[in-house]
Design a protein around this ligand. Structure first.
Ligand SMILES: Nc1ncnc2c1ncn2[C@@H]1O[C@H](COP(=O)(O)OP(=O)(O)OP(=O)(O)O)[C@@H](O)[C@H]1O
Length: 339
């Protein structure tokens, strides 16, 4: 479905002495199989959108090769465009027309007959819970409804591979959860392959069969969420001891099975691989030495722990507002050239 080797994108910015070269994407290899939902995760500026723009033929790679649905993104760009759906970061900006008419026009740009576009449009409106909104102008829709309408536009020509660029940015938690359901159904009900970019850890975790993490233009990890978590950090075990005088013994016992040991007041923490197997022995050892615990907590590693271990930085700070540039124009350009 998607195969990229050594993809590079270099931008030149500034003039004169301020002239600078930015390697936004710096040698990316990617493989996505049919029917997979792949989450492309990384902080702001990591190179997610730039990679997506190369894969959807909106940007010509500075170096490297990629095929999408078997077509080369440079030599067969029209075939790539015809065979994919693309929902850009900002979505479409809509005219003053009714939502249904926008969708039908969009389908016709892809070469569909009016009749087919109308019937497929109605089917998608029902699937994405937009019933009754065919005649509504998009500007009078909620953020979640508009985002679902963007997805209808991306699916109108029935692509088997769908690219979603930060599909839920800017939505409230309920609308995000609702959209997640719909994205999950793209695969279960339509058999589509989905490649989505996100900087939301929970989103990547909830939706993806496989997660590819990009940082500074390079892929730093690619695996299932559970394998990534298992590889890296171990479970975080926190012991709250009942008495200050027990801190040293608790630290020594936990230290025997943990890494990253850390004590703060009566709280002793460390990372333990396979904590479920290790904890009974730890509790027996603590008990034998007369250590009383107020509490014990075991927290499974998160994708943020994975990212932190791989890059030394936290991804949480990256959950900021995004802007979309001229994405609407791009969606239209794709539709026109795909037709
Ligand atoms: N047209 C451009 N000209 C110059 N630099 C660019 C251009 N587009 C992107 N960049 C730079 O390339 C890098 C990667 O940007 P990109 O938009 O691909 O990141 P991203 O991971 O999608 O980030 P975000 O989550 O913020 O959308 C950034 O440093 C960005 O500033």
């Amino acid at each position: 479905m998607i195969r990229a080797r050594g993809l590079v994108q270099t931008f030149h910015t500034g003039k004169g002495k301020k002239k600078r070269e930015v390697r936004a994407v710096d040698g990316v290899d990617l493989d996505v199989a049919e029917g997979e939902v792949v989450g492309f995760l990384g902080p702001n500026g990591a190179g997610k959108t730039t990679t997506l723009r190369m894969l959807t033929t909106l940007l010509r790679p500075s170096a490297g090769t990629a095929t999408v649905n078997g077509y080369d993104v440079v030599a067969d760009s029209v075939m790539v465009r015809r065979s994919i759906g693309y929902v850009s970061q900002a979505g479409g900006t809509f005219s003053q027309a009714q939502a249904g008419d926008e969708v039908v026009d969009h389908g016709m740009l892809y070469g569909m007959s009016r009749k087919d576009a109308i019937s497929r449009g109605h089917e998608l409106f029902a699937q994405l819970q937009l019933d009754g909104l065919w005649e509504r102008m998009p500007k009078n829709m909620s953020g979640g409804q508009k985002r679902r309408l963007d997805i209808v536009m991306g699916l109108i020509h029935d692509p088997t591979l769908v690219f979603l660029d930060e599909p839920t940015t800017g939505l409230d938690p309920q609308a995000r959860a609702n959209l997640w359901d719909h994205i999950a159904k793209l695969r279960t009900e339509r058999g589509a392959t989905v490649f989505l970019t996100t900087h939301y850890l929970d989103e990547a975790d909830a939706l993806s069969d496989r997660i590819i993490i990009i940082d500074n233009g390079t892929i730093v990890a690619a695996d299932t969420a559970s394998n990534l978590k298992a590889q890296v950090s171990g479970d975080l075990v926190s012991l709250q001891v009942a008495d200050d005088t027990h801190v040293a013994v608790a630290s020594s016992k936990l230290g025997a099975i943990a890494t990253d040991l850390d004590a703060d007041g009566r709280l002793v923490r460390g990372r333990v691989r396979g904590a479920g197997r290790e904890i009974p022995g730890l509790l027996r050892a603590l008990d034998a030495d007369g250590v009383v615990l107020d509490s014990i907590e075991i927290v499974k590693p998160t994708l943020d722990d994975v990212f932190l271990t791989l890059t030394g930085r936290s991804l949480r700070d990256a959950e900021a507002e995004q802007s979309g540039g001229d994405s609407a124009a791009e969606s239209l350009e794709l539709a026109k050239e795909g037709a």
